[in-house]
Design a protein around this ligand. Structure first.
Ligand code: ZN
Length: 112
């Protein structure tokens, strides 16, 4: 069963994390061989992973690893969502900061 690009996007975080067995890795790499776009996504994922590893101690606690994996997964989802419009990595971190502001209903004065 050949893998599709959108399948790859889902697997990439775990792939760069080395969580797949040899057979699965071979399938993914087989797709990467003929898909420059997915290879690029791998580079992005590896870049994030490398950045996190530099910022974190040699052995990160389980909680941190889980958080990182979630973030990577979110990033992958974002990449997948905008694939049609163009390649773009969007880390949903600003959204959390903006949410804290809670400026949802601001101008609710005279309506009529
Ligand atoms: Zn692909």
């Amino acid at each position: 069963m050949p893998l599709e690009c959108r399948d790859l996007s889902t697997f990439l975080p775990a792939y760069v994390d080395g969580e797949f067995a040899g057979t699965e890795t071979a399938e993914i790499e087989d797709h990467l061989t003929g898909c420059a776009e997915c290879r690029r996504e791998v580079s992005v994922q590896e870049g994030l992973k490398a950045a996190v590893r530099r910022a974190a101690p040699a052995l990160a606690p389980i909680e941190l690893r889980e958080a990182v994996r979630e973030k990577l997964r979110d990033a992958a989802v974002e990449i997948q969502a905008v694939r049609g419009l163009g390649y773009k990595l969007v880390v949903p971190e600003d959204q959390r900061a903006g949410d804290a502001a809670g400026a949802h209903r601001e101008s609710a004065g005279a309506a009529g």
